[in-house]
Ligand binder design. Structure first.
Ligand SMILES: C=Cc1c(C(=O)O)[nH]c(=O)[nH]c1=O
Length: 310
Protein backbone atom coordinates (compact mmCIF):
# COMPACT_ATOMS: atom_id res chain seq x y z
CA UNK A 1 0.00 0.00 0.00
CA UNK A 2 1.02 3.63 -0.49
CA UNK A 3 1.99 5.18 2.87
CA UNK A 4 3.02 8.53 1.40
CA UNK A 5 1.62 11.78 2.73
CA UNK A 6 2.38 15.48 2.80
CA UNK A 7 2.65 18.15 5.48
CA UNK A 8 1.92 21.71 4.31
CA UNK A 9 2.48 20.51 0.76
CA UNK A 10 5.87 18.94 1.53
CA UNK A 11 5.86 15.27 0.50
CA UNK A 12 6.85 12.51 2.93
CA UNK A 13 7.48 9.03 1.44
CA UNK A 14 5.67 7.55 4.43
CA UNK A 15 3.74 8.82 7.44
CA UNK A 16 6.26 7.85 10.12
CA UNK A 17 8.92 9.87 11.87
CA UNK A 18 10.42 10.41 15.31
CA UNK A 19 8.82 12.53 18.00
CA UNK A 20 11.06 15.50 18.76
CA UNK A 21 13.32 14.61 21.66
CA UNK A 22 13.86 10.97 20.74
CA UNK A 23 16.90 9.88 18.73
CA UNK A 24 17.55 13.40 17.53
CA UNK A 25 19.78 15.44 19.84
CA UNK A 26 23.05 14.75 18.03
CA UNK A 27 24.01 14.51 14.36
CA UNK A 28 24.84 10.79 14.54
CA UNK A 29 21.32 10.08 15.80
CA UNK A 30 19.78 12.19 13.04
CA UNK A 31 21.98 10.36 10.52
CA UNK A 32 20.58 7.04 11.78
CA UNK A 33 17.04 8.37 11.24
CA UNK A 34 18.04 9.56 7.75
CA UNK A 35 19.26 6.05 6.91
CA UNK A 36 16.18 4.40 8.47
CA UNK A 37 12.81 3.70 6.88
CA UNK A 38 11.32 6.82 8.51
CA UNK A 39 9.39 9.19 6.26
CA UNK A 40 10.99 12.23 7.83
CA UNK A 41 13.04 13.33 10.85
CA UNK A 42 12.79 16.09 13.44
CA UNK A 43 15.50 17.56 15.68
CA UNK A 44 15.47 17.78 19.46
CA UNK A 45 13.69 20.94 20.63
CA UNK A 46 16.31 23.68 20.60
CA UNK A 47 16.84 26.47 23.11
CA UNK A 48 18.92 29.58 22.38
CA UNK A 49 21.88 28.32 24.45
CA UNK A 50 22.99 24.67 24.75
CA UNK A 51 21.60 22.87 27.81
CA UNK A 52 22.78 19.90 29.86
CA UNK A 53 19.22 19.24 31.03
CA UNK A 54 18.14 17.65 34.29
CA UNK A 55 20.17 15.14 36.38
CA UNK A 56 19.79 11.42 35.63
CA UNK A 57 17.95 9.12 35.95
CA UNK A 58 15.64 11.31 33.87
CA UNK A 59 14.02 8.82 31.44
CA UNK A 60 12.76 5.32 32.20
CA UNK A 61 10.50 2.80 30.52
CA UNK A 62 7.64 1.80 32.85
CA UNK A 63 4.73 -0.63 32.41
CA UNK A 64 2.73 0.51 29.34
CA UNK A 65 5.03 3.40 28.50
CA UNK A 66 7.65 5.76 29.87
CA UNK A 67 8.29 8.67 32.17
CA UNK A 68 10.77 11.51 31.47
CA UNK A 69 11.96 14.76 32.87
CA UNK A 70 14.89 15.37 30.51
CA UNK A 71 14.86 19.12 31.12
CA UNK A 72 15.38 20.13 27.50
CA UNK A 73 18.97 18.91 26.99
CA UNK A 74 20.05 20.10 23.55
CA UNK A 75 23.04 21.47 21.62
CA UNK A 76 21.60 24.97 21.25
CA UNK A 77 19.74 26.26 18.18
CA UNK A 78 22.89 27.12 16.15
CA UNK A 79 23.87 23.44 16.10
CA UNK A 80 20.54 22.55 14.52
CA UNK A 81 20.65 25.58 12.21
CA UNK A 82 24.03 24.38 10.94
CA UNK A 83 22.61 20.89 10.52
CA UNK A 84 19.74 22.38 8.53
CA UNK A 85 22.20 24.33 6.38
CA UNK A 86 24.19 21.17 5.55
CA UNK A 87 21.13 18.95 5.07
CA UNK A 88 20.71 17.55 1.56
CA UNK A 89 17.12 18.55 0.72
CA UNK A 90 17.17 16.38 -2.37
CA UNK A 91 16.62 13.47 0.05
CA UNK A 92 13.27 11.76 -0.27
CA UNK A 93 12.47 12.77 3.31
CA UNK A 94 12.05 16.33 4.62
CA UNK A 95 13.71 17.79 7.71
CA UNK A 96 11.67 19.24 10.57
CA UNK A 97 13.28 21.55 13.15
CA UNK A 98 11.85 21.82 16.66
CA UNK A 99 12.26 25.05 18.61
CA UNK A 100 11.45 25.44 22.30
CA UNK A 101 12.66 28.80 23.51
CA UNK A 102 12.65 29.45 27.25
CA UNK A 103 11.03 32.81 26.50
CA UNK A 104 9.13 34.44 23.66
CA UNK A 105 12.18 36.61 23.05
CA UNK A 106 14.31 33.50 22.59
CA UNK A 107 11.75 31.97 20.24
CA UNK A 108 11.76 35.22 18.22
CA UNK A 109 15.55 35.21 17.95
CA UNK A 110 15.64 31.55 16.86
CA UNK A 111 12.80 31.93 14.38
CA UNK A 112 14.42 35.03 12.89
CA UNK A 113 17.70 33.12 12.42
CA UNK A 114 15.96 30.22 10.67
CA UNK A 115 13.89 32.54 8.47
CA UNK A 116 17.01 34.54 7.54
CA UNK A 117 18.73 31.29 6.53
CA UNK A 118 15.82 30.66 4.14
CA UNK A 119 16.04 26.84 4.28
CA UNK A 120 13.44 24.29 3.08
CA UNK A 121 13.14 22.70 6.56
CA UNK A 122 9.78 22.77 8.36
CA UNK A 123 9.45 24.42 11.80
CA UNK A 124 7.58 22.78 14.68
CA UNK A 125 7.49 25.21 17.60
CA UNK A 126 7.16 23.42 20.92
CA UNK A 127 4.51 24.98 23.16
CA UNK A 128 4.43 22.06 25.56
CA UNK A 129 7.64 21.16 27.35
CA UNK A 130 6.48 20.07 30.84
CA UNK A 131 9.90 19.66 32.42
CA UNK A 132 11.64 23.03 32.75
CA UNK A 133 11.30 23.87 36.45
CA UNK A 134 9.73 27.27 36.93
CA UNK A 135 8.55 27.53 33.32
CA UNK A 136 4.82 26.77 33.05
CA UNK A 137 4.21 25.43 29.57
CA UNK A 138 2.68 27.75 26.96
CA UNK A 139 0.20 25.11 25.86
CA UNK A 140 -1.78 25.50 29.07
CA UNK A 141 -1.83 29.32 29.03
CA UNK A 142 -4.25 30.19 26.23
CA UNK A 143 -3.58 33.93 26.33
CA UNK A 144 0.20 33.46 26.29
CA UNK A 145 -0.18 30.99 23.42
CA UNK A 146 -2.27 33.47 21.41
CA UNK A 147 0.26 36.20 22.12
CA UNK A 148 3.16 33.96 21.09
CA UNK A 149 1.43 33.02 17.84
CA UNK A 150 0.57 36.66 17.12
CA UNK A 151 4.28 37.41 17.37
CA UNK A 152 5.76 34.30 15.76
CA UNK A 153 3.37 33.49 12.89
CA UNK A 154 4.12 36.71 10.98
CA UNK A 155 7.86 36.18 11.52
CA UNK A 156 7.83 32.62 10.21
CA UNK A 157 5.87 33.70 7.10
CA UNK A 158 5.84 30.20 5.54
CA UNK A 159 3.72 27.29 6.85
CA UNK A 160 4.76 25.97 10.30
CA UNK A 161 3.39 23.88 13.14
CA UNK A 162 3.15 23.83 16.91
CA UNK A 163 3.62 20.91 19.34
CA UNK A 164 0.75 20.84 21.81
CA UNK A 165 0.23 19.16 25.17
CA UNK A 166 -2.76 16.89 25.66
CA UNK A 167 -6.04 18.57 26.62
CA UNK A 168 -8.73 16.84 28.64
CA UNK A 169 -11.71 19.20 28.48
CA UNK A 170 -13.96 19.90 25.50
CA UNK A 171 -13.94 23.62 26.32
CA UNK A 172 -10.13 23.58 26.06
CA UNK A 173 -10.30 21.88 22.62
CA UNK A 174 -12.68 24.68 21.58
CA UNK A 175 -10.51 27.48 23.01
CA UNK A 176 -7.23 26.20 21.55
CA UNK A 177 -8.81 25.59 18.15
CA UNK A 178 -10.24 29.11 18.25
CA UNK A 179 -6.77 30.56 18.77
CA UNK A 180 -5.12 28.37 16.14
CA UNK A 181 -7.78 29.28 13.56
CA UNK A 182 -6.59 32.91 13.66
CA UNK A 183 -3.20 32.10 12.10
CA UNK A 184 -3.35 31.18 8.42
CA UNK A 185 0.24 29.96 8.14
CA UNK A 186 -0.14 27.78 11.21
CA UNK A 187 -0.44 24.74 8.96
CA UNK A 188 -0.27 21.83 11.41
CA UNK A 189 -0.64 20.87 15.06
CA UNK A 190 1.39 18.02 16.52
CA UNK A 191 -0.73 16.29 19.14
CA UNK A 192 0.28 15.21 21.78
CA UNK A 193 3.33 15.91 23.87
CA UNK A 194 3.78 13.76 26.97
CA UNK A 195 1.03 13.74 29.60
CA UNK A 196 2.70 16.14 32.01
CA UNK A 197 3.86 15.50 35.52
CA UNK A 198 3.05 11.91 36.22
CA UNK A 199 4.81 10.13 39.11
CA UNK A 200 6.34 6.64 38.91
CA UNK A 201 7.24 4.98 42.24
CA UNK A 202 9.22 1.78 42.83
CA UNK A 203 7.21 -0.54 45.09
CA UNK A 204 10.25 -2.33 46.59
CA UNK A 205 12.42 0.72 47.30
CA UNK A 206 9.45 3.02 47.93
CA UNK A 207 11.32 5.62 45.85
CA UNK A 208 10.44 7.76 42.86
CA UNK A 209 11.98 6.30 39.68
CA UNK A 210 13.45 9.49 38.17
CA UNK A 211 15.61 12.07 39.94
CA UNK A 212 14.35 15.49 38.72
CA UNK A 213 11.32 17.29 40.17
CA UNK A 214 10.72 14.80 43.03
CA UNK A 215 10.10 12.14 40.39
CA UNK A 216 7.48 14.07 38.43
CA UNK A 217 7.76 13.70 34.65
CA UNK A 218 5.94 13.45 31.33
CA UNK A 219 4.19 10.16 30.55
CA UNK A 220 4.44 8.58 27.12
CA UNK A 221 3.83 5.30 25.36
CA UNK A 222 0.93 2.87 25.18
CA UNK A 223 -0.79 4.32 28.26
CA UNK A 224 -1.45 7.66 26.51
CA UNK A 225 -2.80 6.29 23.20
CA UNK A 226 -6.47 7.08 23.85
CA UNK A 227 -5.72 10.60 25.07
CA UNK A 228 -3.61 11.13 21.96
CA UNK A 229 -6.36 9.81 19.63
CA UNK A 230 -8.88 12.16 21.23
CA UNK A 231 -6.62 15.20 20.77
CA UNK A 232 -5.87 14.29 17.15
CA UNK A 233 -9.58 13.86 16.38
CA UNK A 234 -10.71 16.91 18.37
CA UNK A 235 -8.45 19.24 16.37
CA UNK A 236 -9.08 17.39 13.10
CA UNK A 237 -12.81 18.05 13.56
CA UNK A 238 -12.33 21.68 14.65
CA UNK A 239 -9.69 22.79 12.13
CA UNK A 240 -10.58 21.41 8.69
CA UNK A 241 -8.13 23.78 6.99
CA UNK A 242 -5.18 22.57 9.03
CA UNK A 243 -3.39 19.25 9.46
CA UNK A 244 -2.70 17.23 12.60
CA UNK A 245 0.40 15.13 13.18
CA UNK A 246 -0.46 12.35 15.60
CA UNK A 247 1.87 11.17 18.36
CA UNK A 248 1.26 9.15 21.49
CA UNK A 249 1.03 5.43 22.10
CA UNK A 250 2.11 4.18 18.67
CA UNK A 251 3.85 0.84 19.17
CA UNK A 252 2.69 -0.93 15.99
CA UNK A 253 0.95 -0.42 12.67
CA UNK A 254 -2.37 -0.80 14.47
CA UNK A 255 -2.04 2.37 16.60
CA UNK A 256 -0.70 4.26 13.59
CA UNK A 257 -3.82 3.18 11.67
CA UNK A 258 -6.01 4.48 14.51
CA UNK A 259 -4.18 7.83 14.58
CA UNK A 260 -4.76 8.26 10.84
CA UNK A 261 -8.40 7.17 11.19
CA UNK A 262 -8.69 9.89 13.86
CA UNK A 263 -7.38 12.42 11.34
CA UNK A 264 -3.57 12.38 11.50
CA UNK A 265 -1.68 13.28 8.30
CA UNK A 266 1.58 11.89 9.73
CA UNK A 267 2.53 9.90 12.81
CA UNK A 268 5.43 10.46 15.21
CA UNK A 269 6.87 7.86 17.56
CA UNK A 270 8.64 8.60 20.86
CA UNK A 271 8.77 5.92 23.56
CA UNK A 272 8.71 2.94 21.20
CA UNK A 273 11.50 4.48 19.11
CA UNK A 274 13.56 5.08 22.26
CA UNK A 275 13.15 1.41 23.23
CA UNK A 276 13.39 -0.26 19.80
CA UNK A 277 15.65 2.05 17.78
CA UNK A 278 15.26 3.22 14.16
CA UNK A 279 14.72 -0.34 12.85
CA UNK A 280 11.21 0.29 14.22
CA UNK A 281 10.31 2.25 11.09
CA UNK A 282 10.71 -0.74 8.76
CA UNK A 283 8.39 -2.76 11.03
CA UNK A 284 5.78 0.00 11.23
CA UNK A 285 5.74 0.51 7.45
CA UNK A 286 5.15 -3.21 6.89
CA UNK A 287 2.51 -3.51 9.61
CA UNK A 288 0.53 -0.47 8.44
CA UNK A 289 0.76 -1.52 4.81
CA UNK A 290 -0.51 -5.02 5.69
CA UNK A 291 -3.42 -3.53 7.67
CA UNK A 292 -4.38 -1.22 4.81
CA UNK A 293 -4.29 -4.04 2.27
CA UNK A 294 -6.36 -6.29 4.53
CA UNK A 295 -8.96 -3.52 4.83
CA UNK A 296 -8.86 -2.60 1.13
CA UNK A 297 -7.25 0.84 1.50
CA UNK A 298 -4.63 1.85 -1.08
CA UNK A 299 -3.58 5.22 0.30
CA UNK A 300 -3.72 7.19 3.54
CA UNK A 301 -6.46 9.48 2.18
CA UNK A 302 -8.76 6.47 1.67
CA UNK A 303 -9.36 6.36 5.43
CA UNK A 304 -7.78 9.43 7.05
CA UNK A 305 -10.17 11.13 9.46
CA UNK A 306 -12.98 8.68 8.62
CA UNK A 307 -13.51 7.31 12.11
CA UNK A 308 -17.19 6.51 12.46
CA UNK A 309 -19.42 7.34 15.41
CA UNK A 310 -22.42 5.43 16.66
C1 LIG B 1 11.20 19.94 24.97
C2 LIG B 1 11.14 19.39 26.19
C3 LIG B 1 10.38 18.18 26.46
C4 LIG B 1 10.90 17.22 27.33
C5 LIG B 1 12.17 17.39 28.06
O1 LIG B 1 13.21 17.75 27.44
O2 LIG B 1 12.12 17.19 29.30
N1 LIG B 1 10.20 16.09 27.59
C6 LIG B 1 8.97 15.86 27.02
O3 LIG B 1 8.32 14.83 27.28
N2 LIG B 1 8.45 16.78 26.17
C7 LIG B 1 9.11 17.93 25.86
O4 LIG B 1 8.57 18.76 25.07
Amino acid sequence: ADLSTNIAGVPLPNVFFNASGVWCQHEHELQALLESQSGSLITKSATFEPREGNPSPRYLPIPNGSINSMGLPNEGYEYYLNYARKFDYSHTKPLFISLSGLSLADNVKMVEAFVAADLPCMLEINFSCPNVPGKPQLGYDIEAMDNALATLAPLVKKPFGIKLPPYFDIAHFDQVAGVCQKYDNLAFLTCVNSVGNGLAIDFETETALIKPKDGFGGLGGAMILNTALANVNAFHRRLPGKQVIGVGGVTSGKEAFLHILAGASAVQIGTQLKEEGPALFERLNKELSDIMMAKGYNSIEDFRGKVKTL
